[in-house]
Design a protein around this ligand. Structure first.
Ligand SMILES: [Zn+2]
Length: 429
């Protein structure tokens, strides 16, 4: 079957294109891109007034599989991705059991092929059981399709282990994604340590816990030559260190979430558990520093760290609530509202952080809307105004600090391998 995406404004950061055109899709592949295409047999998707981009990629999500289907499933998580405009996500290994062996990667890939509405890449763990002691079966997992390695959710405390893990991951040309918070400094911490935590009487997680962790891993990246990717960066020193590491030519990259770009610890004054996340939402000076890091290119990718929990888990006293919240259905709208519509970031630069860059980091052939490539596309209505309603999320997780917020811009349609899987906020397949 052929699909003709008609008269959309194609923004393709991989080639620098920004032009109104027709895109003809045959089967799963982009067949032709031209100012106008005549294809009488094709189904027409009118993209007039819309932006068309390569399918958005989120390289940091928690789809909670295997094992935690009360929080999320491959089905519900990929429906949320499709609604958010994502055609591809990479899921983290802090599951039950941990994704630390070839057989678990293979089992998960099988489930993804059956139930996934969008493409899902698997990130394997660095250590067996996330214990930071014994190396996981990275070689076998890489052969089974794992795209990167991470003990996300936990910082690898042992320097010796991390050095070995970096050397090992390098052998397979995979990045090591590190959750950077020194555990001894954050023990018992509920939120960012600062004025607000003092006023609320909650134990803090200091920024220096992240700074120390990032510093060590940049030093280890230099010592080993490994490619190290700093997950959900959130402090000014961490951004400055990544900036210096890049200037020095090290293989150090970083990602940031909309929440760390937009929110601060002021949001916790209501003890709303929707604002609880690790690393924590920080003070305005840190927020501004990560924003600068995104604008000057120090930060490579925007990710959600989509972390669904069952409703009853989040609905409790602040100190008992688990950290993390969902993000797939709000990320694009937030980035358009706070970065594109404010004029802070042009559209092509913004889309680059959600397409070409994550594809390159994951070493996958994606993020480029060009002839011969897989027909993964996102249609975006830049001016569509909408209000976030967490109860209406396709994700099983309903906790979001952005609930009730008015946003401008959202995905109008999501196309995966030539199939329209989402249109006007409704999942189709
Ligand atoms: Zn993390």
């Amino acid at each position: 079957m052929a699909l003709l995406v008609k008269q959309g404004r194609l923004i393709n950061p991989a080639t620098g294109e920004d032009r109104v055109c027709d895109i003809l899709i045959e089967g799963e592949v982009i067949k032709e891109i031209a100012p106008t295409i005549d294809a009488p047999d094709a189904v027409v998707l009118d993209a007039g007034g819309l932006v068309v981009t390569p399918g958005l990629i989120d390289m940091h999500v928690h789809l909670r599989q295997p094992g935690q289907s009360a929080k999320e499933t491959i089905r519900s998580g990929t429906m949320a991705a499709a609604v958010g405009g994502f055609t591809r996500v990479a899921t983290m290994p802090n599951t039950k059991p941990v994704i630390d062996s070839t057989i678990i990667v293979e089992g998960l890939k099988y489930k993804i092929a059956k139930e996934g509405l969008v493409k899902v890449d698997v990130i394997g763990s660095l250590s067996k059981g996330l214990e930071g002691k014994e190396l996981a079966a990275m070689g076998g997992m890489a052969a089974a399709g794992a795209v990167a390695f991470s003990d996300d959710g936990r910082y690898v405390q042992s320097c010796d282990f991390m050095r070995k893990a970096m050397e090992y991951a390098s052998m397979f040309d995979k990045i090591v994604i590190d959750h950077c918070e020194d555990e001894t400094l954050i023990a018992g911490g509920q939120m960012h340590e600062g004025t607000v935590s003092n006023e609320l009487g909650l134990k803090g997680r200091p920024a220096v816990a992240e700074d120390i962790a990032v510093a060590r891993d940049i030093l280890l990246a230099e010592a080993t030559g490994a490619a190290v990717h700093i997950a959900h960066i959130s402090t000014k020193n961490a951004v400055a260190m990544v900036r210096r590491a890049k200037a020095k030519g090290l293989k150090v990259t970083a990602e940031v979430t909309p929440q760390h770009l937009i929110l601060t610890d002021e949001g916790l004054r209501t003890y709303n558990t929707s604002f609880k996340v690790n690393p924590p939402l920080r003070s305005e000076d840190h927020r501004r520093a990560v924003e600068e890091g995104l604008l000057d290119g120090t930060i490579d990718a925007v990710v959600t760290d989509h972390a669904p929990h069952a409703e009853e888990e989040k609905d409790c006293e602040f100190s008992l609530a688990p950290s993390g919240f969902v993000g797939l259905e709000t990320s694009l709208g937030l980035m358009l509202t706070y970065f594109y519509h404010t004029g802070k970031l042009d559209l092509i630069s913004l889309i680059r952080t959600m397409t070409v860059h994550p594809a390159a980091l994951l070493r996958v052939d994606a993020g480029n809307a060009a002839v011969g490539k897989a027909a993964d596309l996102t249609l975006i209505d830049l001016d569509r105004e909408w209000v976030v309603d967490a109860t209406a999320f396709y994700s099983q997780g309903k906790s979001s600090p952005f609930d009730g917020m008015k946003l401008r811009g959202r995905a109008a349609a999501t196309i995966v391998d030539g199939m329209v899987v989402m249109k006007d906020g409704e999942v189709l397949a």
